[in-house]
Design a protein around this ligand. Structure first.
Ligand SMILES: Cc1ncc(C[n+]2csc(CCOP(=O)(O)OP(=O)(O)O)c2C)c(N)n1
Ligand SMILES: [Mg+2]
Length: 393
């Protein structure tokens, strides 16, 4: 079957369905009193549950915030791409551009007492949890002001104080950890939930089903979020999964299929899932999304999918453009105001990079902190490939 036929379902048109258009004063980012009703791009599909309504209420302030936050994430990732090519970022680096609506919509539905845990595509989830651009770029460039003291790098961002538990490189391994976080929440009688994120590739792993079984058995407040970007490295989902209906694959666990390119659909689904999980235990959310970049910086991302597919998704489903259309159609800001905002964001990102570059790398003695096993000799390579040999104190 031709590639374009297989993927034609990736291209769903933007919804222009906006049912309420009051005459708004142009006072963006402060006006929180006007309510706007939007419809999600497509209806939700439920498995063993009655899906929530497509109708979502928002405000001009929220629309502008969504636009700004997603544009910031996109810019951060584009800048990381350049820094990587300039060899200022080394090692693994997986970018999130295209998938921003998942991070943004989820944050809008939850609090920082709820937990999030994810795989290696973690930069934007960290920003969503309140991490700063400086902490992100410093970590990416291995500087000591990074969110993991410059010792984790791209795949290991953390922000425990606002419920962000990383940043994990072993595919699927964060899912049992996330269910463990949900166990702790239930055990300590907190009314909070854990969102444990994984990809369509990871969805085929055995440990996911083992963790889900226990979570369901004990009614843990665990929300399994499958970010289905339709590829696991260079392997298309149809080559890896007998059933690509990831929201149904929990069998006895309810699920919801969500347009992960629509921040409002994500918000509505996460709100629904949180209420469900607190009352009944786990639920699966399948976010139908797309990554514009290749799997990681070593993958140009164009050998296993067509250029037409990528540009098609950009044109038809881009999460930022969707919000831009809503902002303009509700006369909340002008095109120029949005462009100016993007310029401002670019400046903020450039400033954070300039500051991060000035920060030194961790002291060599840091090699011996935050490690678990004492008394063994250590061999390590620094970013400059110089070998360091030592015995832990
Ligand atoms: C246990 C394990 N097996 C294989 C790998 C190599 N690997 C890294 S990412 C990846 C693909 C995962 O794809 P998916 O779950 O769809 O996540 P995405 O990268 O699309 O976000 C693989 C096979 C790994 N890191 N860990
Ligand atoms: Mg994937």
């Amino acid at each position: 079957m031709a590639l374009t036929h297989r993927y034609s379902n990736l291209l769903k048109p933007f919804s222009t369905a906006v049912s309420y258009t009051p005459s708004l004063r142009r006072s963006f980012s402060t006006d929180d009193s006007t309510s706007i009703t939007v419809e999600t791009s497509v209806p939700f599909t439920g498995h063993n549950c009655e899906p929530p309504s497509r109708t979502v209420t928002t405000t001009p302030k929220e629309l502008i915030t969504f636009f700004r936050d997603m544009a910031m994430m996109r810019r951060m990732e584009i800048a990381a791409d350049s820094l990587y090519k300039a060899k200022l970022i080394r090692g693994f680096c997986h970018l999130y551009d295209g998938q921003e609506a998942v991070a943004i919509g989820m944050e809008a539905a939850i609090t920082k007492k709820d937990c999030i845990i994810t795989a290696y595509r973690d930069h934007c989830l960290f920003l969503g949890r309140g991490g700063t651009l400086l902490e992100a770029f410093a970590e990416l460039m291995g500087r000591k002001a990074g969110c993991s003291k410059g010792k984790g790098g791209s795949m290991h961002f953390y922000k425990k104080e606002s419920g962000f538990y990383g940043g994990h490189g072993i595919v699927g391994a964060q899912v049992p950890l996330g269910c463990g976080l949900a166990f702790a929440q239930k055990y300590s009688k907190e009314e909070h939930v854990t969102f444990t994120m994984y990809g369509d590739g990871a969805a085929n792993q055995g440990q996911l089903f083992e963790a889900l079984n226990m979570a369901a058995l004990w009614d843990l407040p665990a929300i399994l979020v499958c970010e289905n970007n339709h590829y696991g490295m260079g392997t298309a989902e149809w080559r890896a999964a007998k059933s690509p209906a990831y929201y149904k694959r929990g069998d006895y666990v309810p699920g919801l299929k969500v347009d992960g390119m629509d921040a409002f659909a994500v918000k509505q689904a996460c709100k629904f899932a949180k209420e469900h999980a607190l009352k009944n235990g786990p639920i699966i959310l399948e976010m139908d999304t797309y990554r514009y970049h290749g799997h990681s910086m070593s993958d140009p991302g164009s050998t296993y999918r067509t250029r037409d597919e990528i540009t098609g998704v950009r044109q038809e489903r881009d999460p930022i453009e969707r919000i831009r259309k809503l902002v303009l159609s509700h006369d909340i800001a002008t095109e120029k105001e949005l462009k100016d905002m993007e310029k401002e964001i670019r400046k903020e990102v450039d400033e954070a990079i300039a500051q991060a570059k000035e920060i030194p790398m961790p002291d060599p003695s840091e090699l011996f902190t935050n490690v678990y096993v004492k008394g063994f000799g250590v061999e390590a390579c620094g970013a400059d490939r110089k070998e360091v040999r030592a015995v832990l104190p």
